[in-house]
Design a protein around this ligand. Structure first.
Ligand code: HEC
Length: 138
């Protein structure tokens, strides 16, 4: 092979490796972006508790305007809450459940079946704490 050809071939190889490398970097950040979306997907066991005991007041379709303004679970998965907001909402959920404040006592008088068992409460608190830590990058 002529010397000039060898140089051309090496340049070609370097070029291809560069392209492959940058392609990999790109798909890695794409993967990270997907992971962040996945974080806000609510796991099925948590979802079914929230559905039975919280969604009545905390989704866009709920009756109470104050409750859904303070906490709207639809905004956990549709991108309306920023990551910072999500961290704060997860913190508030943990606080409310640790203090046995939700669902409200007045509501439980008429709907005693909506009271959280201590296992359900723990499951939601663990989920909220874990998600907040991941979102906060800890
Ligand atoms: C019957 C309606 C009702 C149900 C059911 C209910 N909530 Fe609430 N929730 C409210 C109301 C009303 C507020 C606003 C209270 C206030 O600010 O005075 C609220 C506020 C909150 C807040 C925000 C507190 C703050 O300081 O911003 C959190 C977190 C919360 N609820 C979590 C839950 C969770 C978790 C469940 C299910 C286990 C639940 N709620 C079930 C009515 C409800």
């Amino acid at each position: 092979m002529k010397k000039s050809n060898t140089i051309l071939v090496s340049m070609f190889v370097v070029g291809i490796s560069y392209l492959l490398f940058s392609y990999n970097v790109e798909s890695e950040s794409e993967y990270e972006a997907l992971q962040i979306t996945d974080l806000t997907e609510i796991p099925a066991d948590v979802h079914s508790i929230l559905e039975n005991k919280c969604f009545e007041c905390h989704t866009s379709e709920s009756k109470g305007s104050k409750s859904k303004l303070k906490l709207n679970f639809d905004k956990f998965t549709n991108g309306d809450y920023s990551n910072g907001k999500l961290v704060s909402k997860f913190g508030k959920i943990t606080k409310q459940l640790n203090n046995d404040k939700m669902p409200p006592k007045k509501h439980l008088k008429k709907n005693p079946d909506q009271k959280l068992s201590s296992d359900e409460s723990k499951l939601i608190i663990n989920w909220a704490t874990e998600q907040a830590n991941i979102l906060a990058g800890e």
